[in-house]
Design a protein around this ligand. Structure first.
Ligand SMILES: Nc1nc2c(c(=O)[nH]1)N[C@H]1C(S)=C(S)[C@@H](COP(=O)(O)O)O[C@H]1N2
Ligand SMILES: [Mo]
Length: 552
């Protein structure tokens, strides 16, 4: 039979799409093709990122861009909901969006391959833009996304092809019949009119999956070559010429009171707050700290320059985050080793017209610290040691800034690579651009650590205990109120240093029942912790920590 005008159904639609038979499964496989192509694209991108640098990975770059662009309330919500897992949540979210987009591209490419190709290209362009326009990014950072997209397009075409095999058309000539039969034999196409070559799809899909796993997994493994933890492990910290003052006897009240926060926070337990999805990795040998702007003698320091100074100090300081909610845990205490910041600024002649130091980290973060505080606050330092070790990589290795009495977002720049003496008029740093206060003195705060809220404990005498802080001023008094009773003065741990939090405890006799416990602190200068509640934005939370506890 030959095709005639009375042919029952067109072999392909007007735009070359296959006939409707087998639509459901074809759609499913089409979507799967999109997903697999995206996986291959991301895998290849990870592999290329192993050459260029981990931050050039499109997933990381897009995540970074989301962090930069997302409005503050959303960010606050993310920190409140996911806490320190906020970045894992962000990467997972990015991957979910990519997956949905990829499913759609797969479906679209069944109708039009051009659309499918355009979809993946767009995806590549977004990744490339995100990577190349990061503050610390360059053109080369676009490479992983571009190559990933190119290979992704190829994968998509190869995967969609077996899904759009022309449906059997009655051959017009004997030659065509032979070609057709050969094709059938080669591909074992499902010749029952579905227009699909399932077997070829499964084979291609399997190869794509394998390729995605090998390139992606291999890429992630190879990216470890950027890891500086070995180099960090080989460093020896200098011996401070001015060691930390000796601790008074019984300094750590947590040795007597169970459930109380320890005086020092172990590095692995120290809270972490930053915008970095991949932790910046700086090789000690490559480290440079630039001091520039309004200074008489701009200069650059190597790590050896800093380690080799004869004024290395060791100090105990409690660091606090402005995002800490009342009763929150975004605070920690460590014994830091570093160089006095004021002396270093003075010896390079920082201008008294400078009121802001813009601190830049290797990942492009800018933190604006008041020049006055950097010069005048005792124990402000460029820290490279934390609790007896070089700074952990997540906490700013190899060098960070610390200024007691100021929240971290205006003082504690991690992975610090330059300090520019300038003015507040001339420059808005990262958080200030996002409407956080330019000025960030730490507010007086106190927290109840034990008993834990709503957890039942046996009635009887029991210590209520916690910590309070007002860095640079110190804590004079902590009081606890049970329900609406009188304020009762708590016993304070021995005074160590005004830059540290102060542990406190108050033994309370609990009859069975439930109680509302509230705490308030008074700073050494007499300021009583205000009761007015304020959210962390824009300059730190205030209000009293108050919890319900149950004795049984
Ligand atoms: N480079 C860089 N430094 C940074 C930040 C950041 O996002 N990037 N976050 C700041 C904030 S908001 C705080 S509270 C402290 C937290 O330091 P930690 O993570 O060591 O506890 O680092 C500060 N330094
Ligand atoms: Mo912070």
């Amino acid at each position: 039979m030959t095709t005639t005008e009375q042919a029952p159904a067109p072999a392909t639609g007007p735009d070359g799409t296959p006939p409707p038979a087998g639509r459901g499964p074809r759609r499913l496989l089409g979507a799967l093709a999109g997903l697999l192509a995206a996986a291959v694209a991301l895998g290849v991108a990870e592999l290329v990122a192993a050459l260029v640098g981990p931050a050039s990975s499109p997933v990381v770059a897009v995540g970074d861009t989301v962090i930069t662009l997302v409005p503050e309330p959303v960010k606050q919500f993310a920190i409140a909901t996911f806490g320190e897992n906020d970045k894992i949540a962000l990467v997972a979210g990015t991957l979910i969006v990519v997956a949905l987009y990829a499913l759609l591209i797969g479906l679209l490419s069944l109708r039009s391959r051009r659309l499918g190709v355009a979809g993946i290209a767009l995806f590549g362009v977004l990744g490339a833009l995100a990577a190349a326009t990061r503050p610390a990014g360059g053109l080369l950072d676009a490479l992983p996304s571009v190559l990933g997209a190119v290979v992704g397009v190829l994968a998509l075409l190869l995967l969609v092809d077996p899904l759009t095999v022309s449906a059997p058309v009655a051959p017009r000539t004997a030659d065509e019949a032979v070609v057709d039969r050969l094709r059938g034999a080669l591909s074992m196409a499902d010749r029952k009119g579905s227009g699909m070559d399932r077997r070829r799809f499964v084979l291609t899909g399997g190869v794509a999956l394998g390729a995605a796993a090998v390139t992606g997994g291999g890429g992630r493994l190879l990216q470890r070559r950027f890891d500086v933890s070995n180099a960090r492990g080989e460093l020896t910290l200098p011996t401070p010429s001015s060691p930390a003052p000796a601790l008074p006897a019984g300094a750590d009240l947590a040795e007597q009171v169970e459930g109380l926060t320890t005086l020092f926070t172990a590095n692995r337990d120290f809270y972490r707050v930053d915008t970095a999805i991949t932790v910046p990795q700086i090789r000690p040998a490559d480290y440079r700290l630039e001091l520039r702007g309004m200074v008489d003698s701009p200069r650059s320091y190597t790590l050896a320059d800093l380690f080799g100074r004869d004024d290395v100090i060791e100090r105990d300081i409690t660091l606090t985050c402005v995002s800490n909610e009342v009763g929150g845990r975004l605070a920690g205490t460590a014994r830091w080793i570093g160089v006095p910041l004021g002396d270093l600024l003075r010896e390079n002649g920082v201008s008294d017209r400078s009121d802001q130091l813009v601190c830049r980290s290797v990942d492009g973060m800018t933190i604006g610290a008041p020049t006055r505080s950097a010069l005048d606050v005792e124990d402000a330092m460029l820290a490279f040691g934390m609790n007896g070790e070089p700074l952990p990589v997540e906490h700013g290795f190899p060098v960070r800034m610390l200024i007691p009495g100021l929240y971290g977002y205006v003082s504690a720049c991690k992975w610090l690579t330059s300090i520019e003496a300038t003015t507040y008029d001339a420059f808005d740093a990262y958080w200030v651009e996002r409407d956080w206060a330019a000025d960030g003195p730490i507010k007086v705060a106190s927290r109840i650590d034990t008993p834990a809220p709503l957890r039942q404990f046996p009635a009887g005498r029991r210590a209520v205990a916690g910590v309070a802080w007002a860095q640079t001023r110190g804590i004079r008094r902590v009081e606890v109120r049970v329900d609406d009773g009188e304020w009762q003065e708590a016993q304070l741990a021995p005074a160590v240093d005004a830059d540290l939090w102060r542990q406190w405890q108050l033994p309370v006799d609990f009859a069975p029942g439930s109680y509302q416990l509230t705490v308030r602190a008074t700073a050494a200068d007499g300021e009583v912790q205000p009761e007015e509640r304020a959210r962390p934005f824009p300059n730190g939370a205030s209000g009293l920590h108050s919890i319900r506890v149950i004795a049984t």
